[in-house]
Design a protein around this ligand. Sequence first.
Ligand code: ADP
Length: 243
Amino acid sequence: MSINIKNVSKVYPNSVTALKSINLSINTGEFVFITGASGSGKSTLLKLIMKEEEATSGKIRVFGSDLVGMKKKKIPFYRRTMGIVFQDFRIIESMTVFQNIELVMRVVGASSRAIRKRVPYVLSLFSMEDKADRYPRELSGGEKQRVGIARALVNNPNLIIADEPTGNIDPSMSYEIMDLLAQINKRGTTVLVVTHDMSVARKFDFRTIEINKGKIIKDTSPPKSDIKISNISSSSFLSSIRN
Ligand code: ADP
């Protein structure tokens, strides 16, 4: 299980309840869309998983790490296990495409040799190898987001989290950006995408969770391990639900 959320609620200091007793399990290797109206609690859910916000109550486990009570000095290391794709790209304007990606490898202490090998490789995955020396202002929105996704991927994260990745790009490019995330998922990375862009999401046959007023109101395919199997001990049953 890559993410396990149990009875999680979030009440902000201004007394707004953003999430109400959420239960959610996501298996390793899943691709999950999270949808819902503005203000429903989607970003709060991501922030809890990224440990940018603390849950008011409940338990959160992400790839074996308990987020409740995690020591402050551990948080930066925890965040490095995930790649984050932002709606507004967050690429540094004064750095080239190559340097933007290089920077996140430097942060984790990668060698210059590893950087020289890995950066062109991830750029080539997104057909951006010939844009390595360009500055962000010379790129289209779709290209900037390809850089954002390459940067999220470069340190081989367990989990990619994307908050409205198509929110600032030309609608004609939205499918392509979502498809890149789907391709990454095919290689085994768990991917979590918040989007209100259901016209694009519907083109992919992925699990979709809908949040409304802080509660999960729809989940198209909860993991099979959530099935109550307490009365059935037959191993053939166990293997059949895993197939
Ligand atoms: P969504 O991502 O679905 O638009 P959010 O998770 O951002 O929803 O917000 C859920 C609710 O929590 C909203 O009512 C919002 O106003 C409130 N909220 C979000 N962030 C904060 C914050 N830092 N402080 C107080 N209230 C917040």
